[in-house]
Structures are given as structure tokens and as C-alpha cells.
Design a protein around this ligand. Sequence first.
Ligand SMILES: Cc1c(COc2ccc(F)c(F)c2F)oc2cccc(OCCCNCc3cccnc3)c12
Length: 422
Amino acid sequence: YKFWRTQPVTKLNEAVDREGPIDKVKTPDEIRDEPLPLLNEFEWCTVNVTNQDELEDVFVLLNENYVEDRDASFRFKYTREFFNWSLRSPGWKSEWHVGVRVRATGKLVAFISAIPVDLRVRNNAIRGVEINFLCVHKQLRGKRLTPVLIKEITRRVNKHDIWYALYTSGTVLPSPVSVCRYTHRPLNWSKLHDVGFTHLPSKTTKAQMLATYALPKEPVTKGLRPLQEKDLDEVHALFEKYQERFDLVQSFTREEFNHWFIGGEEQSQNTDPSKKVIYSYVVESPEGKITDFFSFYSLPFTILNNSVHQELGIGYLFYYASDADLAYSDRYDPAATAALKERLNSLINDACIIARNVKMDVFNALTSQDNALFLDDLKFGPGDGFLNFYLFNYKTFPISGGLTDDKSYDAQKRSNVGVVML
Ligand SMILES: Cc1c(COc2ccc(F)c(F)c2F)oc2cccc(OCCCNCc3cccnc3)c12
């Protein structure tokens, strides 16, 4: 595939003998000023997501043309609120919200975005961007628009003296830094069964399946409550300490932590529960100390071919932290692992209960972070999808994604991927 052969990425099956930048560092003035050439019927545009009409164009394009599952039964339904949250994180730039419009009609037919992030790969700090929401209208597939979109967003990012990027894909490209597996915890088993996501195992009744996935009415962890602004400094410190253990992380400033976990002014003013995107909770000890934190985000699926159900409510595990094993010098100490496992089981089970109480039908997680410690116990079944993590212009030795050689959960080694992509 010619495009990837000309990009600064590790070739498929190429042995990595060192970690670090691939291209020699350039300067912004070496980068061309004008956008890449497009077919004459198309024109570049910069989407102004603070303009409701332009935000609507992005919403409609992705709602009708973004990632579907293999059988084209479901399509991601990123909401307007989701875009306000994910595209306007601290340091966001409108010129990194790149669109392609039809010159004659102004119709938005392609999009790609970048947001600035501070990454750490093992002990190397990298100023980069996260690339997301790459989408080409279904009727324009096969016109080689994707390589041009990637080159144009790279040009616009390089112009700001940024040379590295993190991105994920369900497909295998050259060359994954890590791969994680999709996992699913049914919350509303009968609806998942109705839409064909889950099946009734032989010699099993529906009543047995409902009993298997039944959850308590309310969360059970003592001291659990929603995250509040007053907690931010303490939770931010707990979180940054907790994720020191991972080899691939996004480091958050206090302002970024506020945006990603409180949700920015968009969510603070929002009172409509159906528009809530990010759910963040803390555990406060009797002495008033924050000992744990978890978060999940709402990203529904549109159901494409079902007369009864239009949408699937889906919660995705986002970031979490606990002090359960921080008292131990070695995170792999069996006692430390047991303490963390017990705490995470309680926390993430409560996350599932809260997700079910806000009408989500399934709770999704990857095999990243320390998830392998609770996935089996909390009944997260392995999905048939894998998420590959990629770094642009940066070579790394492979980072474990929490899977054993036969693609099952590795509760022993767990994962060294700390970053969670939306
Ligand atoms: C996606 C995804 C899945 C698929 O989940 C379902 C598929 C079909 C269903 F009927 C259903 F109910 C699912 F939950 O399970 C997951 C578990 C953990 C994380 C997941 O996706 C993380 C978000 C990925 N970013 C969106 C994306 C995904 C692939 C390619 N490009 C962008 C996923």
C-alpha cells in the first residue's frame, strides 16, 4: 500500500532496534505553506466547531458515514456534545479540524481532526497530537482521499512544530505499538439479544442469562460519589501517580484533567441527562481522603436494521486510579496485585451499575491498563474486535496490550498501555 511505505512509520514486520523519532527533526519553515492539491470538485475547509451549523455538518457526516461493525448492523453515534468535549480540549485549534467540501454545494464530505497531547513513551516525553474522527463519505470511498487527509493534517500540525501523533484503528496498518482486545459487559442482556449482539448459548434459558448478568440496584463501594471540582487537585495527583506504571500514557495538565473528567463548561451547564458524555466518580475515605477514581464515557451505537430498537446505549471505560497497591514498592507483588484486584472489582462493578442506571445496554472496555485484573470476574466477555495503537514518526519496542499469545486476557502481565482513545 504505497502511501504507508512513504510515511515515517515502522514497516510491517520490521524489527525495531532502537526507540525514538524516525524522521530527523525538521522546522516549520521547511514545511509547505499551501494545502495539498485536491481533485478540482473538492476544496479544503477549516471547520469552526463553535459554530452550531458547522458542528452539525460534522455530526451528520459521521453519523451517516463513520465506523460500523463488520456486519454493518451498528454505527458509532458520536453526539454534538461528544464533539464539543473531544474536539475542544485545552490547546485545541480550529485549523486542526480539517474538512473537505464539495466546491459546488459546500457539502462536507470528509473530515479529520487533531488535538494536542503530551505523551510519554516509556521515559520519553513527546509533544504530539491525537488523530481521530477520520471519515470519508461512503460515496467517495476509493478516491484516495484518506492519504491526502492524513498528509494535510500532518502538514498543519508540523506547521506548529509538532512532529509526532498517536492514533488507533480497528485495522492493521504499519506498525502497531500495541494491540488491545474489545471486551463487553452486558447490562441489558435481552436488548443485546434482540439486536443480535449476543446469543443464547445452547442448553441455557433467557432467565439464566438475565440472572448471570444481574447487578445490584445501587453502587456498593463505601464513600463513592461523583467527582467534583474541589477534588481535582487530589485526584489529578492520584491519577498521575497511578499511571507512572504504564509505558504509553497521556500526561494531563490540571486544566486538561478538568476538561476531560468534569467535561468542560459545555457539560457543567448541561442538565439534560441524555446529553451527558463523561461520568467521573471518586471514593472518599472516612478521613476525607480520595483513595480511588474512575470514569466512563457515553458513545451510543445507531442500530441500522432493527424495527424495535434505534440505539444501543454504550458506556466505555475511560481512565481510573487507585491507591490500593501504591503502598507496595512492586506493583507485581502478589499482595499488591490482590489488593488492587479487589479494589478494581468493586469500583468497576459500580461503574457498570451506574451505567445500567443511566440506561446503557453494554459496558465496553479494552484489555489495556490493569483491566485484565477484573475483566473475567466482572463478566466482560472478549469481543471479536481488536484496537491497534500507532505512533506516527516514532519507533517503539512493542508494548503489551494485556493479551496472551492466544489473545486471551493476561491477568499476570496485564498491559502497559495507559492511554485510552475515544
Ligand atoms: C468499538 C468497540 C467495541 C465494539 O462494541 C460493540 C460492537 C457491536 C455491538 F452490538 C455492541 F453492543 C458493541 F458494544 O467494543 C469495544 C470495547 C472497547 C473499546 C472500543 O472502542 C474504543 C473506541 C474506539 N474508537 C472508535 C474507533 C473504533 C475503531 C476504529 N476507529 C475508531 C470498543
